[in-house]
Design a protein around this ligand. Structure first.
Ligand SMILES: [Zn+2]
Length: 228
């Protein structure tokens, strides 16, 4: 793979500069230029936009911002399902559509953590913690809840759909920094075209060919959703 694999026809200075910085092992400068290049790319050129987002994600991985990188990669592969971005995305994600961790247990924990911290942050003004101590308390409560999930033994032998139902329904009462926030949601994914619930491992109704849980139903980490 070379930096010349982007389709010809639309190249701007920022894109070229971003690729150059990537080759020079300066991912911070590469991210800056590639972000501008992606912003400048017309939506009517999905292949080109996909290439820019792909290289931006590569620079973010090198900058050790893997969760933001995955967000870019996820968008890149949606725009161009048969391209290199799709192959890279499929290689990096687990069944939840999140970055693959060291073990399936870690995959489960990060899915649980992300669902509950995003659910908490979604109810906050600006989607942010007000203080480091608030964040610590929320992280601790989610950790306690995760240990309780483990002790309950309810995950043993379950497939991803059933695990997700338990994760989503597990109530965590966060003591209020202002107001009481209870995370856990009864919302279920649905396929509006077919008018029935969308199974996690069914092919996604958007037509991507990926399982729903790796595509439109993937779990975004708090960093992706709220730039935490
Ligand atoms: Zn989809």
């Amino acid at each position: 793979m070379t930096v010349c694999d982007s389709p010809a026809g639309f190249a701007d200075q920022n894109f070229r500069r971003g690729l150059r910085e990537l080759v020079r092992h300066r991912p911070d400068l590469a991210v800056r230029s590639l972000r501008k290049a992606a912003d400048a790319c017309p939506a009517a050129m999905p292949g080109e936009l996909s290439a820019r987002l792909y290289w931006l994600s590569l620079a973010l991985f090198r900058l050790d911002r893997p969760e933001l990188a995955l967000k870019g990669l996820s968008s890149a592969q949606k725009l161009r399902p048969r391209g290199i971005a799709r192959a890279s995305y499929v290689r990096r994600v687990n069944g939840y559509g999140m970055l693959r961790r060291r073990s399936p247990e870690m995959d489960d924990f990060y899915a649980f953590y992300s669902l509950h911290s995003c659910s908490y942050l979604a109810k906050k003004k600006d989607g942010r913690f007000d203080s480091p101590s608030e964040k610590d308390a929320v992280v601790r409560l989610i950790g306690d809840a995760w240990r309780a999930v483990g002790k309950s033994g309810r995950l043993a032998g379950l497939d991803l759909s059933r695990k997700l139902k338990i994760f989503r329904d597990w109530p965590i009462a966060f003591p209020a920094f202002g107001t009481l926030v209870v995370s856990g949601s009864n919302q279920r994914p649905g396929d509006f075209r077919r008018g029935k619930p969308q199974g996690c491992e069914d092919k996604c109704s958007c037509g991507s060919g990926l399982p729903y849980a790796k595509c439109c139903g993937r779990i975004a980490s708090p960093s992706e959703r709220f730039c935490e």
